[in-house]
Design a protein around this ligand. Structure first.
Ligand code: RP5
Length: 169
C-alpha cells in the first residue's frame, strides 16, 4: 500500500488531518488496493492548512474524484468542511484519539446539520476499511468488473469464517 496508487485520474480521494492519521487511513488504502481501486491519499488539515482544505474540496470534482474518504481525530472538522464544499459523497472516518478514545472524533463527524451529509463510519480501523468498501460500492454501480471484485471480496470474507472456534477458550 502506498499513498498514491494513481491511475489518471483516481476516483477516490483519501484525505486526513495529520500524518498521525495515516496509520488508520492506511487501512482504507489497503482495502482499495485489494479491490483494485485507484486513490490518492493526502494530508489536508481543517485547522492547520485551511487554504489547502478549501482548494482540495472546491476542486475535488474537477480533479476527477468521485468519492472522498476523510479521516480526522479530536475536533474532527475535516469531513464536514469537505462536505460543505463539494457535492461528492463524503465518508467520514473518526480516528481514535489518545484523550477521549475517538468519541470526540465520532461526535464531531456524525452530528452534521441537515443538508450537509457526511456518511460517518465506526471509529478506527473498522471505519477505515468500511469507508473503502462503501466507496467501492458507489463506484461499482457503474463498473461491472469492480462489482465482481467486490462480490469476490465478500465471498472470501464469508469463506474465511470457521464454523467452530479453534484453540482453548
Ligand atoms: C486532528 O488532530 C488530526 O486529524 C489528528 O487526528 C489529531 C492530532 O493531530 P497531530 O497532533 O497528531 O498532528 O487534526
Amino acid at each position: 500500500m502506498v499513498a498514491d496508487n494513481r491511475a489518471e485520474p483516481p476516483p477516490v480521494a483519501i484525505v486526513m488531518g495529520s500524518q498521525s492519521d495515516w496509520a488508520t487511513l492506511a487501512h482504507a488504502a489497503e482495502t482499495l488496493d485489494a479491490l483494485g481501486v485507484p486513490y490518492s491519499a493526502r494530508i489536508v488539515s481543517a485547522h492547520r492548512t485551511p487554504d489547502r482544505l478549501v482548494a482540495f474540496a472546491k476542486g475535488a470534482e474537477a480533479e476527477g474524484f468521485r468519492v472522498v474518504i476523510a479521516g480526522a481525530g479530536g475536533a474532527a472538522h475535516l469531513p464536514g468542511m469537505v462536505a460543505s464544499m463539494t457535492a461528492l459523497p463524503v465518508f467520514g472516518v473518526p480516528v481514535q484519539s489518545s484523550t477521549l478514545s475517538g468519541l470526540d472524533s465520532l461526535l464531531s463527524i456524525v452530528q452534521m446539520p441537515a443538508g450537509v451529509p457526511v456518511g460517518t463510519l465506526a471509529i478506527g480501523r473498522a471505519g477505515a476499511v468500511n469507508a473503502a468498501l462503501l466507496a467501492a460500492s458507489v463506484l461499482a454501480l457503474s463498473d461491472r468488473e469492480l462489482a465482481g471484485r467486490l462480490a469476490g471480496w465478500r465471498r472470501a470474507q464469508t469463506d474465511g469464517v470457521a464454523e467452530t472456534p479453534s484453540g482453548s477458550a
